[in-house]
Design a protein around this ligand. Structure first.
Ligand code: HEM
Ligand code: HEM
Length: 183
């Protein structure tokens, strides 16, 4: 780091891999998978950490320092590297959670006007442009982010998600998170 000339791939292998895995598939749910994540979304998040827009505690603690000295060129290169890695494979979850989660993902919750996640994140949770990939992401990370959107303003680019999470219960969040992790 420090030197804006360091190639993005070198950074990915020497710096990011410690937490996010060499190919963007991490072991611990504290660290989100980046593999196959949408490139524009990765760029947006890195810029948001760098500008101190995204300020949830783990983002602040782990990503502010690292993003601070990344050049735009490095950010673009890192996003290109991780977005082109093969996706994490889905992990089976508890059937009861998966069944409820699938309904929320595909249909939303009519009674509370919650839209289907698939409408923006893709029928297979694959993500598109600014709508992130959710498929294969760690369930605990997903729940944590849904709580951040619902209860805080720590992800200013997530204004859309604030409205969407408004009526979700903690159990709804666990259900839909288990489902997307299984995809
Ligand atoms: C989150 C990229 C290095 C820990 C993220 C996110 C991106 C990212 C794009 C947001 C993911 C999402 O919204 O789905 C990178 C890059 C790195 C790097 C390109 C190298 C230049 C690291 C390192 C650590 C780390 C070394 C650990 C020491 C985390 C954590 C989060 C995160 C804990 C989740 C923050 C939260 O819960 O909001 N990273 N990262 N990252 N990263 Fe990194
Ligand atoms: C981000 C879940 C519906 C638009 C996210 C993230 C999660 C999520 C977990 C953060 C991903 C990460 O940190 O890697 C869900 C669930 C939904 C849903 C469970 C259904 C209940 C929607 C819908 C839209 C949408 C319907 C569009 C109207 C977005 C956008 C972001 C996002 C734009 C990126 C926010 C940012 O840049 O901070 N969603 N989502 N989502 N979602 Fe959703």
């Amino acid at each position: 780091l420090g030197d804006p000339g360091v190639a993005a791939k070198t950074l990915a292998l020497q710096v990011c891999s410690n937490c996010h895995g060499v190919q963007g598939v991490s072991v611990s749910p504290n660290f989100p998978n980046l593999a196959a994540q949408s490139q524009p979304y990765l760029v947006e998040q890195l810029k948001s950490f760098k500008s101190h827009g995204r300020s949830d505690p783990a983002g602040f603690e782990y990503m502010w320092g690292i993003s601070a000295r990344l050049s735009d060129e490095q950010i673009n290169g890192l996003a290109a590297y991780f977005s082109s890695q093969p996706p994490a494979s889905g992990k089976p979850g508890e059937p009861a959670l998966l069944n409820e989660g699938r309904k929320i993902f595909a249909q939303g919750i009519v009674a509370s006007n919650t839209p289907a996640c698939a409408g923006c994140h893709g029928a297979h949770g694959e993500g598109i442009q600014q709508f992130p990939r959710l498929a294969g992401q760690h369930a605990d990370y997903i729940v944590k982010q849904l709580m951040v959107f619902q209860r805080t303003d720590e992800r200013p680019e997530g204004a859309m998600m604030k409205g969407i999470t408004h009526e979700l219960t903690p159990q709804d969040m666990r259900n839909v998170a288990a489902y997307v992790e299984s995809m």
